[in-house]
Design a protein around this ligand. Structure first.
Ligand code: ZN
Length: 473
């Protein structure tokens, strides 16, 4: 299996530290708001990577952290007059709902929170000071970048250029505390009374963002991990600084492979709150099942930018419906097939299934090419639609169905909504009208009977303030 390693800028054969085992850390969200589609991309991409390596026989330990102490979280807690924990608990709960809808394998994900490892963070910073790689300045602690070996090796940046760039940006107060303008904060002194803080040898304060990830990595996965991953916007400074801290303290390679996903564009431009083209999963869910979002995110190679437009999402929904319909059709065929044993002329069809699987593995082995993997899945769906019918044996139909489900499982795709071609919208609306009339006449038995009749057609109705809504079940 090959993966593109940002550290070497090459696609390399993946070699784990320990045979058949993978230790992987993905930088997770700062939990002060609902997740947006930009947050969803690394979660979906690396969840798919995790599913795939499991399929290939690896035992993977998979960590996605929550950054639960941060300026934005503090700001929100002040605005709403609640504790920072209330803010983060609320958005972690919302994260879990979205994660479930995106079919992320939460049961097998470790989610550390920065605030749960505060003692370890303080110890990490103290050790760096002892080594001469960090210094305290008026209650803040900074990392001494000149003490790091090869600073800039991940992002390809040069320290002298960074010094030049940074000295233009710093305000005087911050600059006077730092020995060098590129030094970065490990610990930040509490500035506002009542702000959430932790006691430390340097007074009340809270950790910087980078040190949180270095500490959680070390505590849960150890000093050297196989893969560190995240969005490409984290390459610098976040990941560069994680490497500097961890490798300076541990004197070992921090992560052997670095994987970064590309960014999301909306209608071809960068997504940002200030441009107003910002989409949360919470809002998207009102219109689309998040399985459509998962599917869409996998239709492009994870390192490329991916474009979000209504037409593209609508297209993804239609593609997903095609797969769903093929699966539901096969399920019906299996149920109604009577002949259990394989017919003579079906053996070559079974062989073709192996070809689909091999092709799937070939493209996924090539740096997780999910775009081509979905193409293989569509070829398999076409094969099912054109070569499998009620004339086939149960064994053959079931083998084709199982192969589609197996590949879907690797991609994390679930067949959620049964699209019933038999359903006639006009007929449904007619029924709803009859039920409304029955209710008006207080003939509740008749109204209930109509509801049951709709249910038999696979339609659920709901009485809302805006009137009766219906959906397929
Ligand atoms: Zn991180």
């Amino acid at each position: 299996m090959k993966i593109h390693n940002t550290l070497t800028r090459k696609t390399e054969e993946f070699v784990p530290i320990e045979k058949n085992k993978i230790k992987m850390y993905v930088c997770g969200p700062t939990v002060y708001d609902y997740m947006h589609i930009g947050n969803a991309r690394p979660l979906v991409v690396f969840d798919t990577f995790r599913r795939y390596v499991r399929y290939r026989g690896y035992d993977i330990t998979y960590v996605v952290n929550f950054t639960d102490v941060d300026d934005k979280i503090i700001k929100k807690s002040i605005e709403e007059n609640i504790s920072t924990k209330e803010v983060t608990d609320r958005y972690i709960a919302a994260f879990m709902e979205d994660a479930n809808d995106l079919n992320l394998d939460e049961a097998n994900t470790i989610h550390p929170r920065a605030t749960e490892v505060m003692d370890d963070i303080i110890e990490f910073v103290s050790e760096l000071i002892k080594k001469g790689a960090a210094y305290e300045a008026d209650g803040d602690v900074y990392f001494r970048v000149e003490k790091a070996n090869n600073y800039g090796k991940l992002s390809g940046k040069n320290v002298e250029d960074l010094v030049h760039g940074a000295s233009n940006r710093l305000d005087n107060k911050e600059a006077s505390k730092k020995e060098s303008p590129v030094d970065f904060a490990l610990w930040k002194k509490t500035k506002i009374d009542g702000e959430v803080s932790w006691d430390s040898p340097w007074g009340a304060g809270r950790p910087g963002w980078h040190i949180e990830c270095s500490t959680m990595n070390k505590k849960i996965l150890g000093e050297t991990i196989d893969i560190h991953a995240g969005g490409e916007d984290l390459e610098f400074p976040h990941h560069e600084n994680e490497i500097a801290q961890s490798e300076t303290l541990n004197e070992k390679t921090f992560a052997n492979y670095w994987m970064h996903n590309g960014m999301i564009q909306v209608d071809g431009t960068k997504m940002s709150k200030s441009l107003g083209n910002f989409f949360t999963l919470h809002d998207i869910k009102k219109e689309y099942d998040l399985m459509v979002i998962r599917f869409w995110l996998l239709t492009t190679n994870y390192r490329q930018p991916i474009n979000f437009t209504r037409e593209i999402i609508e297209g993804a929904k239609n593609s997903l419906d095609r797969i769903n319909n093929a699966v539901f059709r096969l399920e019906d065929l299996v149920e109604n097939a009577s002949e259990n044993e394989l017919f003579d002329d079906e053996q070559n069809l079974l062989n073709e299934l192996i070809d689909f699987e091999n092709k799937f593995i070939e493209v996924m082995d090539d740096d997780l090419n999910t775009a081509d993997a979905i193409t293989v899945l569509f070829e398999l769906v076409k094969f099912a639609n054109t070569k499998v019918s009620s004339e086939n044996s149960k064994k053959l139909i079931k083998s084709v169905l199982d192969k589609i489900l197996e590949l879907e499982e690797v991609l994390g795709i679930e067949n959620r909504q049964k699209v019933n071609a038999e359903v006639d919208e006009a007929k449904i609306l007619d029924f709803i009208e009859q039920r409304n009339a029955a209710k008006k006449e207080k003939d509740f038995a008749k109204a209930d009977a109509i509801r049951d009749q709709l249910k038999e057609m696979g339609v659920a109705i709901k009485d809302t303030r805006e009137g009766v809504k219906w959906e397929l079940i």
